[in-house]
Design a protein around this ligand. Structure first.
Ligand SMILES: Cc1ncc(COP(=O)(O)O)c(C=O)c1O
Length: 338
């Protein structure tokens, strides 16, 4: 099958660019020093590619991702880097005897729910600046003690400096990440355990060796938001765009054209998508209106670059893997849902 045979909108991923991105990250953070975050793609086939590049531990954002990864035989060491008090879902994770599933906790309630559900191991999630999950750093020791008293193994700590993934001034980013890392390491000294887990695509290069693993996800496929940020912080982005939402031009006027990739096929929280060589005017439910110096024709195929890859992929059933113009595989996006 050729790209132009695909029904649109369709997620396409360039196999060679994906492999180059995975290799570039593995060169900096090899093996278990990277715990790839599967929420960026929600696709076990892609996670298996990451495994082929040397990583056999994975980060998940939802119980569904963890259970799906375990079912796909990718459960050597999974981290649910997120809080839940849903004992039923925690039980469903705990039932996976072939998988090791560790759960983040940041409160008495999440510790107690994990223990009640039969989860074996937890990480103490520490707030290192993002106003989201994570306990106060000075509460980490008490929480670890409570978890151990409830029979849970405490493997260490995690923190997520999501507010620092994109910082305009690279020097300021370096300083602020160092402060966040310092907070996490101090909490780790209180908690103990072999794991200190943190970071993402915007900060993977700023973590010292005592951060034992980085949880990056977007680096594999990339999006326009990270492309701009990494170009700013690195000079040249170390990862290239591997993923597009393929669309068909469905209407053309003298000043603009319309492609059938709208906000229902895109994650829009980071703004409008990008069309190389064009200017995106706006998106509506099923349309993106854009201008181009050379006017496209109705029926032309256009590659739309999402501004945020994670929520984009979560809206599609499958990734079409391409090599040049040829479609070489179809990977189900099989970890969707909660
Ligand atoms: C807990 C956690 N870890 C790591 C990441 C990093 O992901 P990315 O590499 O896409 O920035 C995220 C992204 O939101 C996250 O929520």
């Amino acid at each position: 099958m050729r790209i132009r045979d695909l029904a649109t909108p369709a997620v396409i991923v360039d196999s060679a660019v994906l492999d180059a991105n995975l290799a570039a990250m593995a060169a900096v953070r090899p093996g278990r020093s990277l715990r790839p975050h599967v929420k960026a793609h929600k696709c076990t086939a892609l996670a298996d590619r990451q495994r082929a590049h040397g990583h056999d531990t994975f980060t998940c954002a939802t119980p569904r991702e963890a259970i799906g990864m375990a079912a796909a035989g990718l459960g050597a060491d999974l981290l649910l880097a997120n809080e839940t008090v849903d004992v039923q879902r925690l039980r469903a994770m705990a039932r996976n005897e072939d998988a090791i599933i560790t759960v983040a906790v940041d409160s008495d309630e999440t510790v107690d729910a994990a223990a009640a559900a039969g989860i074996q191991q937890v990480l103490i999630d520490v707030n290192i600046g993002l106003p989201r999950c994570g306990c106060r750093p000075d509460a980490a020791r008490r929480l670890a003690d409570r978890a151990r008293a409830r029979g849970l193994g405490v493997r260490g700590v995690m923190g997520y400096e999501g507010h620092l993934m994109v910082v305009a001034d690279a020097a300021a980013q370096r300083i602020r990440v160092a402060e966040a890392v310092d907070t996490l390491l101090r909490a780790h000294a209180d908690v103990g355990g072999e794991i200190v887990s943190s970071g993402g695509t915007g900060t993977y290069h700023l973590h010292p060796a005592d951060i034992t693993e980085v949880q990056a996800g977007s680096y594999a496929l990339m999006d326009s938001h990270y492309a701009a940020a990494l170009t700013n912080s690195h000079g040249t982005a170390p990862f290239r765009q591997a993923c597009w939402v393929l669309g068909t031009v469905i209407s053309v006027s003298s000043e603009w054209a319309v492609v059938d990739v709208g906000l229902k096929a895109l994650g829009m929280d980071h703004g409008n998508p990008v069309i190389d060589g064009g200017t995106v005017w706006f998106c509506s439910d099923e349309h993106t209106t854009f201008a181009m110096p050379t006017r496209p024709m109705v029926g032309d195929r256009i590659r739309v670059i999402p501004a945020h890859v994670d929520p984009t992929l979560a809206q599609h059933d499958a990734i079409w893997v391409i090599d040049g113009d040829e479609v070489i595989d179809r990977w189900p996006i099989d970890l969707r849902g909660w």
